[in-house]
Design a protein around this ligand. Structure first.
Ligand code: SAM
Length: 232
């Protein structure tokens, strides 16, 4: 992967960036995505935010090597604090992390979202945490995708401002993904069912503390919900 050719996962993320966008890519270890968006003329300006020094330095080097320092600003910062008001960022991308971490980055820096119109989140797991954050913060899901690359399954969630109510299954599996129910979607949830059943069997032999009982109930509920979707 490089700034000319992205992985299928990052290319899918890039496809949700609107032409002329000003993008902040948070957790931008090599700045591949911002450089690609500028090189292809899709974005007019970008910020690459990275909290760890080594990856930040790789991002700086890549941007300099490509001669893109005028269009891509690389900042060493935690989460959305890489964004400054004068950047006029309208699109935030947070990709390649767990959904719980993405949701916590959104929550702890939400004052930085005032000018932002679109959030493109690509969780590697626990996408539900992002959907729950969206509902609590008046963002609605406007699109979703699921794809498989090198044996791993990834989800993409696109958020815009709005208010929607989602049921338990929508939050878990994604309203758009449920509607299209692709082969990759079925594969993901079949994998989860196998794992949940394995955990449930191991909990059957554990001491029945309140925490164990609660976990078993949650797993049974998820198995029931997802099982019905896969059967239908
Ligand atoms: N976004 C790229 C992608 O999708 O290929 C890189 C993904 S990499 C697995 C995750 C990156 O996010 C790491 O470089 C990590 O240091 C960075 N990161 C994690 N938490 C962060 C935070 N709170 N703020 C900024 N960067 C963060």
């Amino acid at each position: 992967m490089n700034t000319e050719r992205l992985s299928d996962r990052l290319a899918a993320v890039a496809s949700y960036v609107e032409a002329g966008a000003v993008v902040a890519d948070i957790g931008s270890d090599h700045a591949y995505l911002p450089c690609f968006l500028i090189n292809t003329g899709k974005a007019q300006k970008a910020v690459a935010g990275e909290v760890v020094k080594g990856p930040f330095e790789s991002a700086v080097k890549n941007v300099q090597r490509k001669g893109l320092s005028d269009a891509v600003t690389v900042r060493l910062a935690n989460g959305l604090f890489a964004i400054e008001d004068h950047d006029a960022v309208d699109t935030v991308v947070i990709a390649g992390m767990g959904g719980t971490l993405i949701a916590s980055i959104l929550e702890s820096g939400k004052e930085k979202l005032q000018q932002v119109k679109r959030i493109i989140a690509q969780p590697n797991l626990h996408a539900k945490a992002i959907r729950e954050w969206a509902v609590s913060n008046s963002w609605e899901i406007t699109d979703e995708a699921i794809l498989k690359e090198d044996g791993k399954i990834y989800e993409i969630i696109v958020l815009e401002r709005g208010q929607m109510t989602y049921d338990e299954l929508d939050l878990l599996a994604g309203p758009f993904l449920l509607a299209s129910k692709s082969a990759v979607f079925s594969e993901k949830w079949n994998r989860e069912l196998v794992e949940w059943n394995r955990v449930l069997r191991s909990l059957e032999t554990a001491d029945s503390t309140a925490a164990v009982t609660l976990k078993k109930e949650q797993l049974k509920r998820q198995i029931e919900l997802v099982g019905k979707v896969l059967e239908s």
